[in-house]
Design a protein around this ligand. Structure first.
Ligand SMILES: NC(=O)c1ccc[n+]([C@@H]2O[C@H](COP(=O)([O-])OP(=O)(O)OC[C@H]3O[C@@H](n4cnc5c(N)ncnc54)[C@H](OP(=O)(O)O)[C@@H]3O)[C@@H](O)[C@H]2O)c1
Length: 252
């Protein structure tokens, strides 16, 4: 098993790729604090994985809340005695409105989840890693939308911010062996469209040229497999990278 005895926090664990990451990590022996707002989904996941090699502890909360971002890391240390890996996966999409039509309210709400959450969790994790003195590992789920017009303007900006944070943190703490990497999924079959509300048809139409190049949809397990590689010692010498998992969509 590739993650035997590792202490891991995974955000956005109640559906989509986060749930697949928890399933795969627990099968590989990890002890996981599984974070999301929907308590019943987390309870179901915990029950499903009761006989897994590792264990799953539900942690209900909103990652735009500082207390949640710090509390979930404290929970992993309290339950498992340490923190080895943080997976910042929770995220929401915007409604594809053009910049001319984008509201401040939506901007703030999206940035709170997609940028502040990973920032606050990364800060706390790095503090714990430095105290522990044995390196650390942070994986953040970004998007191909950070570099290509594959989704909305503010969503893309949020993921570009995350990419900068990943690379900066990796470089800053390379001597302490705190590895930070990102995964940039392409189109993946999950529940994320439910976070969009009503799609802005004008904005969506304007990026159809990029959407038309998408080679098909991936599955949550495709992202979980990449996360397992980045969480394990198989990637011990990889840090500061954003790995696209998109079927070749952005290979142009
Ligand atoms: N699906 C794609 O095509 C795609 C492509 C590129 C990047 N991504 C990125 O992949 C990541 C995972 O998305 P997904 O596709 O798996 O979507 P999903 O099925 O909608 O899952 C999103 C997860 O995030 C959680 N979440 C949302 N807001 C939260 C908040 N404020 N606090 C805590 N948890 C929150 C949701 O749980 P609760 O609602 O229970 O809180 C859910 O578990 C996101 O960062 C997304 O931007 C997705």
């Amino acid at each position: 098993m590739k993650l035997q005895g590792k202490s891991v926090v995974v955000t956005g664990a109640s559906s989509g790729m986060g749930r697949e990451i928890v399933r795969l990590f627990a099968a590989e022996g990890a002890n996981v604090v599984a974070v999301a707002r929907r308590a019943e989904r987390l309870e179901e996941l915990g029950a499903e994985l009761a006989d897994a090699a590792g264990s799953v502890v539900p942690f209900v909360g909103d990652v735009s809340d500082l207390e949640v971002c710090e509390g979930m890391i404290d929970k992993a240390v309290a339950e498992f005695g340490k923190l080895d890996v943080l997976v910042n996966n929770a995220g929401i999409m915007d409604d594809m409105a053009t910049v001319a039509a984008f509201s401040d309210e939506k901007f703030d709400a999206l940035m709170a989840v997609n940028v502040y959450g990973p920032f606050a969790a990364t800060r706390k994790a790095v503090q714990v890693f430095l105290e522990q003195g044995g390196g650390g590992n942070i994986i953040t789920v970004s998007s191909v939308g950070a570099q290509h017009q594959a989704a909305g303007v503010v969503y893309g900006a949020s993921k570009a911010a995350v990419n900068a944070m990943i690379r900066h943190t990796a470089f800053t703490y390379r001597a302490e062996k705190i590895r930070c990497n990102g995964i940039a999924p392409g189109g993946i079959n999950t529940e994320i469209s439910s976070s969009m509300g009503s799609v802005d048809m004008d904005g969506a139409a304007r990026i159809q040229g990029v959407q038309a190049l998408m080679p098909g949809m991936g599955e949550g397990i495709d992202i979980a497999n990449a996360a397992l590689f980045l969480a394990s010692d198989d990637s011990a010498f990889i840090s500061g990278q954003i790995v696209a998992v998109d079927g070749g969509w952005t290979s142009f």
